[in-house]
Design a protein around this ligand. Structure first.
Ligand SMILES: Nc1ncnc2c1ncn2[C@@H]1O[C@H](COP(=O)(O)OP(=O)(O)O)[C@@H](O)[C@H]1O
Ligand SMILES: [Mg+2]
Length: 331
């Protein structure tokens, strides 16, 4: 029996493929920057203050959307309490990142193939103490994660809710952070809470907000405006708007079928909005860096007055993560 009940894109009906693929491909190809240089994997951490706001489903569907657009995506499930990206995809991981930390398997051996060419890394219980790994475990883990630079255009990191050191370190280390909230006041207050922590530790962090389960566009705009204004007024921190996804019953049905919405109901309102977000926000993200610029960046990092946060991709991510973990006192 197959591990997955998710339909790969080539098993979708001909109409569905005609509807979604040319649309995404054409617009992305047309606007993708073509800079000759080194391939990098952009790291994006998805988080929220409050739980149950839709992070995991957003990560899964974003990955599929990017995969359908020809981008190579790896998802790292770093939600330690309620790791459930596997549930959304209807898969049962046999190996996890713990096996890499313990030296039992390589990163290639634990990647779980998903639909549309995406790969999934199950976090596993070994991640529970991620911020307190032994030095040799960190070295082993980082040596393996480095291989992902060549294998992915995007590393999407799904985290748990709240402001544990684990979640915060994944936020602070990533190239970009997406904070998911719903319009509910509790979710909004908690989203602000995590933005506050991020802004205080990394004032140059690239933070965007996604409003999920909005009743209508006006409501989402209002939420975006409130968060942006309060963050600017009280933290002097600017947050970007990623957009919104509407409340969509198909999402609930997709979760029940353990099939991501993008495959379960690709023309449903939330799927259509997500595709628009990918086309407008993600195709601007270059996954190649100009070698000349990289050299300049490396030079400028020698200057202690400049934050060493300019490095992008997995290499920059690991460098920041290593620094953050070392700074955390042992329990
Ligand atoms: N846009 C949406 N419309 C309707 N229901 C949604 C939407 N997004 C998420 N949900 C519901 O919220 C539940 C929790 O989503 P999940 O992605 O697991 O949240 P989190 O990862 O933040 O805990 C899902 O099982 C789904 O039923
Ligand atoms: Mg989740």
């Amino acid at each position: 029996m197959s591990d997955s009940i998710v339909k790969p894109v080539d098993e979708l009906t001909a109409e569905t493929r005609r509807l979604i693929q040319p649309y995404v491909f054409k617009r992305l190809e047309a606007r993708r920057p073509r800079i000759p240089g080194r391939k990098i994997a952009r790291t994006i951490t998805v988080t929220s203050g409050k739980g149950g706001v839709g992070k995991t489903n957003f990560v899964a569907n974003l990955a599929i959307c990017l995969g359908q657009a020809g981008r190579r995506v790896i998802i790292l499930d770093a939600d330690l309490g309620l790791a459930n990206i596997d549930v959304v995809f209807g898969i049962r991981p046999k190996r996890t990142l713990s096996d890499v930390i313990n030296g039992a398997f390589t990163i290639n051996e634990i990647l779980i193939p998903g639909p549309c060419g995406i790969n999934i890394i199950a976090g596993g219980s070994g991640l529970a103490d991620m911020t307190h790994l032994k030095p040799e475990q960190t070295t082993r883990l980082f040596d393996q994660l480095r291989f992902l630079e060549d294998r992915a255009d995007f590393l999407l990191i799904d985290t748990g809710a709240g402001i544990s050191q684990n979640v915060i370190s994944f936020c602070l280390a990533a190239d970009s952070i997406i904070v998911v909230t719903t319009p509910e006041p509790t979710a909004l207050a908690d989203a602000y809470g995590i933005i506050k922590v991020i802004s205080q530790s990394r004032p140059e962090a690239d933070v965007s907000v996604l409003v999920n389960r909005a009743e209508h566009e006006e409501e989402a705009r209002f939420i975006h405006e409130r968060l942006r204004n309060v963050a600017w007024e009280f933290l002097q921190f600017s947050v970007k708007e990623l957009g919104y996804l509407p409340q969509d019953r198909q999402m609930y049905l997709a979760v029940r079928q353990q099939t991501p919405l993008m495959l379960f109901s690709p023309m449903s309102p939330a799927a259509v909005r997500l595709r628009d977000i990918v086309v407008t926000a993600f195709n601007e993200i270059a996954t190649e860096v100009d070698l000349d610029n990289t050299l300049q960046n490396e030079d400028s990092e020698a200057d202690p007055s400049r934050p060493a946060a300019a490095a992008v991709g997995i290499e920059g991510f690991l460098e920041r993560l290593g620094r953050l973990w070392r700074g955390i006192p042992a329990p």
